[in-house]
Design a protein around this ligand. Structure first.
Ligand code: URP
Ligand code: ZN
Ligand code: ZN
Length: 460
């Protein structure tokens, strides 16, 4: 199988140039001007730009959470991702407290394997660290290609680990060459504010926001950085939302510690005023919550300063009926919102087109850095000879409107209803196959492969 892409304008994390790309089987064979190869298929990319396929390192598909399951499964979620230019996702396996990591791996791979359209991997969430878990961490890194371990400093009683477990896990992961990632918010303070608001009869979605003030994230982020510094483990903060937490990573940087930081598209574009819409605010109930305009500015600047290296989504969709579980009590609203499909187009439209970031930065934060940090580069995240041919052919001029009526995610509302976007993913290539052609899907579920990852690098 061969594919020739002619006349495109290639954008990578470092370069921008006109060239043809010739692909044989799953990999990029050659890149150059006026390539003269005979190919099974030719795509004319005149007037288009070509990026590496997006990597979203923070999604929750078919995940049991708060008494229900996130509404996109591995088929619908990875297909929606492909429509929006994301060719690979990293999802989260959740250990059940009292059970083993391998039990959880088996359950999650039972749901994902042979069901994905796009490529995928997993972070392992460790919710119960003990001597058995320690052995399993070694096996996961060395045998399964699962090299990043998620921890929660909140959701006490279900997912949270204490600081003692955190340090023990960090030491083991450091010794094996892995990465520890974190949901960094102070669970004890949040739980007490939730209880306080409920006892005062304050039950609307606004109180979800008011129960997780900036201090809860800033404090936990600082504590996490300190523990990572003490243990020397490579460390990554997921879904960082606010100036206070960013400053904690800045302080870590001043002592020459490298903390990788991810923010998500919603924290750049949406703010907490949405919680003033009575129960409609439940659409954006997520943890951490949306923040203030000053936090958005800090995050945009953080991208350009290299303090924030990765843009994810924390895609965790729930249908309206599921959100209604918290109609009379904000603490029962399933946390999460849908975004897997629109991360790339929204960032291009709001970031590149509005002059906030360069095209190269766009590629860096939507693809290349995640590939490097999570042990997949140069197989993924770049346009280079020998790399997987994961590409997006993008029309920077096509305008469209985001709506529940045209999105592909399995969820009955959009968090961005009516947003006008300039720039559209037209052709998606995944491991050499033209998988989406102008909106037409040309593969079956099961095409997406589980990607074993290397030990983590420190190159970003
Ligand atoms: O609200 C969120 N973020 N839901 C998914 C779970 C998590 O904390 O990432
Ligand atoms: Zn989280
Ligand atoms: Zn998440």
């Amino acid at each position: 199988m061969s594919l020739l892409i002619r006349n495109g304008h290639i954008i990578t994390a470092s370069d921008s140039y006109h060239a043809d790309i010739y692909i044989e089987n799953e990999r990029i064979h050659s890149i150059g001007e006026n390539l003269n190869e005979d190919a099974d298929e030719i795509i004319d990319a005149s007037g288009k730009v070509i990026f590496p396929g997006g990597i979203d390192p923070h999604v929750h598909l078919d995940m049991p959470f708060m008494g229900t399951f996130s509404s996109d499964d591995y088929a619908s979620g990875t297909l929606a991702a492909l429509h929006g230019g994301t060719t690979m996702v990293i999802d989260f396996i959740l250990q059940t407290q009292g059970k083993s990591l391998y039990d959880a791996l088996k359950t999650w791979r039972g749901r994902s394997d042979n069901n994905c359209f796009g490529d995928y991997s997993f972070h392992m969430a460790v919710t119960d660290f003990n001597e058995n878990t320690r052995k399993e961490v070694r096996e996961l890194i060395n045998k399964e290609g699962i090299t990043s371990f998620k921890t929660f400093m909140a959701y006490k009683g279900a997912l949270m680990i204490d600081d003692g477990q955190m340090v023990q896990l960090m030491q083991e992961v450091r010794d094996q060459g892995g990465m520890v990632t974190v949901h960094a918010t102070n669970g004890d303070i949040i739980d007490s504010l939730i209880a306080q608001h409920k006892s005062e009869g304050k039950l609307s979605p606004l109180y979800h926001y008011l129960s997780q003030p900036e201090i809860t994230e800033a404090e936990a982020s600082g504590r996490f950085c300190d523990m990572a510094d003490y243990t020397g483990v490579p460390a990554y903060i997921v879904h960082l939302t606010c100036e206070g937490a960013l400053n904690a990573t800045r302080r870590a940087g001043k002592r020459n510690q490298k903390i990788f930081v991810e923010t998500c598209i919603q924290y750049l574009l949406l703010d907490a005023s949405l919680y003033e819409k009575d129960f409609e605010g439940a659409k954006w109930v997520m943890s951490p919550p949306l923040r203030e305009k000053k936090d958005q500015e800090a995050l945009w600047a953080g991208l350009n300063q290299g303090l924030v290296q990765v843009l994810g989504t924390d895609h965790c969709p729930f249908n309206w009926e599921q959100k209604l579980l918290g109609k009379d009590d904000f603490s029962k609203i399933p946390n999460g919102h849908p975004a897997i499909e629109h991360r790339m187009e929204l960032l291009y439209s709001e970031g590149v087109n509005k002059g906030r970031i360069s095209q190269n930065k766009f590629v860096e934060v939507t693809s290349t850095n995640a590939a490097k940090i999570f042990g997949m580069h140069p197989r993924k995240g770049c346009i280079s000879v020998g790399s997987d041919a994961d590409l997006v052919i993008f029309d920077p001029n096509e305008e469209h409107t985001i709506s529940v009526d045209n999105h592909h995610m399995n969820v009955d509302y959009s968090g961005y209803e009516g947003w006008e976007v300039k720039g559209k993913c037209k052709h998606i290539i995944l491991r050499g196959k033209h998988v989406i052609d102008n909106g037409i899907v040309k593969i079956e579920k099961g095409y997406g492969q589980f990607i074993k990852r290397d030990k983590v690098s420190k190159v970003v």
